[in-house]
Design a protein around this ligand. Structure first.
Ligand code: C5P
Length: 224
């Protein structure tokens, strides 16, 4: 049986880096579920849709088709969609913002559900997202909800984007983050909230290694 650690939390709370470090430390697989929503967003943007495109029934059908048939390969370092390397491109803020709009469409969430569960096949999995503990892996033995103040999250996202070669400015980022938080927490389907029984960890004043160490302690108290 695969041991599952779920790691949910708001945008730029540091989940990605923490999840990858945990997976590496424990020798577990890693599921970056946000990447799946970003890939669907990438397809929509490529088809000429914008953040202002109103989603009617036909749009929703198209979105769930894209989600169901995502032709994606995750390698250790890369994400290949339809034979193109989109690893960096899907990290753009415009893609993240579109992803959060698309993520409110329930048929898209349903279309991605089995694919996400399929990642639980090795000895362990660290699953990072918004609804990993509440919907996708409700029986996971270890559930963590990672938060941080919006100022520190905007700062972290700023550094991340600049390091990846994107341009960014703090004022737009804070506005963008607030907009996404609002959309993710207020949506009807699988809203962002701590799963029942989740360990809520505020990483505002913690470094990455300190955050990882706290979660490993928690993991050891339950699983070891
Ligand atoms: O985590 P990341 O920022 O890459 O996710 C992009 C968007 O995808 C989020 O803002 C959120 O709306 C959506 N998402 C989701 N459920 C997940 C993972 C991501 O709704 N499990």
């Amino acid at each position: 049986m695969t041991i599952i650690i779920t790691l949910d939390g708001p945008t730029a709370s540091g989940k990605g880096a923490v999840a990858a470090a945990l997976a590496e430390h424990l020798g577990f697989d890693y599921l970056d579920s946000g990447a799946l929503y970003r890939l669907v967003a990438w397809q929509a943007l490529h088809a000429g849709w914008t953040i202002d495109t109103p989603f009617d029934d036909e749009h929703k059908l198209q979105l769930s088709e894209w989600a169901r048939h995502l032709n994606v390969v995750f390698t250790h370092q890369h994400i290949i969609l339809n034979d193109a390397d989109v690893t960096s491109a899907i990290r753009a803020e415009a893609v993240g913002n579109m992803a959060s709009k698309i993520a409110a469409v329930s048929s898209v969430r349903t279309s991605l559900l089995q694919r996400q569960r399929g990642f639980a096949r090795g000895k362990g999995l660290v699953a990072d997202g918004r609804d990993m503990g509440s919907v996708v892996f409700p029986d996971a033995p270890v559930k963590v909800f990672l938060t941080a103040s919006s100022e520190i999250r905007a700062e972290r996202r700023y550094k991340q984007l600049i390091n990846k070669g994107f341009s960014a400015n703090m004022r737009d980022l804070v506005a963008d983050l607030n907009e996404r938080d609002e959309r993710d927490t207020k949506r009807i389907h699988a809203p962002l909230k701590p799963a029942q029984g989740a360990y809520v960890l505020d990483s505002t004043d913690l470094t990455l290694p300190q955050t990882v160490a706290k979660i490993l302690d928690y993991y050891a108290s339950i699983v070891a």
